[in-house]
Write a protein that binds this ligand. Sequence first.
Ligand code: PLP
Length: 471
Amino acid sequence: MLIAHLNRQRHEREAAGLWRQRRIAETACAPRQRVTDGRGVSADRLGFGSNDYLGLAAHPALVEALAEGARRWGVGSGASHLVCGHGRAHAELESLLADLYAPFVPDARALLFCSGFAANLALLTTLGDGSATIFADRLNHASLIDGGLLAAARMQRYPHGRLDILGERLATCRTPIRLIVTDAVFSMDGDVAALPALLALAEAHDAWLVVDDAHGFGVLGERGLGALEHFGLRSERLIYMGTLGKAAGVGGAFVAAHGEIIDALVQAGRSYVYTTALSPALTHALLASVNLIVGEEGAARRRLLEARVARLQAGLPPVLAREAPPAWRLAPSPTAIQPLIVGDNRSALALAAALDESGLWVPAIRPPTVPAGTARLRISLSAAHEEADVDQLCAALVRCIRPVVARQAMSLDAHDGERNFVEAHITPPSAPPERRAPGTGTGTGMEACAAGSGVTPDSASTAGASNRGRP
Ligand SMILES: Cc1ncc(COP(=O)(O)O)c(C=O)c1O
């Protein structure tokens, strides 16, 4: 029964252009990699998909630091932090991060996590108890959505960037604790949240601002300290989450916040307490990475990254204006994430496939990672890209766009499967689902979503449901 059930879902996904496949990178993370596809065929690719924004993932100094860390501390931590897995390397990195964030969060303390997903789950479930309301931007990352669903707090999702609506909801909120939760750089759109205005709202309404800076840490700000540094913010109400597997090139995450918040996470953050501590060797490599990020080399790499973004923003729009249907657009993003929004899944897949044939690896991103009808190529840039790499991408798009559009126009019923799948699985059921404890629901994604503790869908709940899986 289970296998037949899953098999039916597989066919529906395939028909909707939503089946996902992994590839195997045969070489280290870098713009140029050897890659093996699902059929076992290997080829060299120029990639625009990684979050290695500063090109540190295979940096010789970090490779050396990892080896040194392993020699010094061993590879594994052996246990969770509260049992006996918390080591000197963890303590040193937490202390470095606390010092770095003290200018933004007075008397900040820092806490390491194995991943950003784990950090967000811990944050929202620990702070979002029954006396809290979580206000979340509708385009927030999946980990923030899931954290809110697991929390006992009520969750209200406001339309992306609509601070007017958020303000109205805060003004009528009756719970004693209010948490505003936002991506700083939205992971699939690349736009930057209006953090100064969000902080002003938090201050005006006695709320706290949780900032997920997965895509800003290392990249934004003079020293790469992310969105808080970029905007020059300082407040006790800021709760900062930075990830260490993207620009920092390694893995893990941290929260920098008021000491009382850090203590609460240590005591009650289930995804902190009940998991093996980050590898001490990796933690040692992270010390080297964070020092590199805040130093001159980090600054030089940020300048390179900015130059690559500027190159793409100058080169791609004329290509789109000439070659692409009017609906295709480069989303307005000042960051390393430059989404080319195409619309339907099949066109996004076809464009990615055509680029692949030209030797380029640009991942197509589809629902539920992004709202239905906004499938895209998420072009992400890195300081490790050469100027010529960006030019190569633009030139390949010149060759690929028209044939892809022509082929898609010929397959008239291309979108039927997609529409059916979206209606069946991504749009919410019309009747409100029965309330269930999170994680015990047996229904569709949206039922599970609405079954979370008091989730209030916003005015566009259809699209709201569709981004349950934002990576
Ligand atoms: C905005 C955002 N938050 C959190 C995460 C999760 O971070 P990690 O990959 O360290 O689990 C991601 C990962 O893609 C992300 O994009």
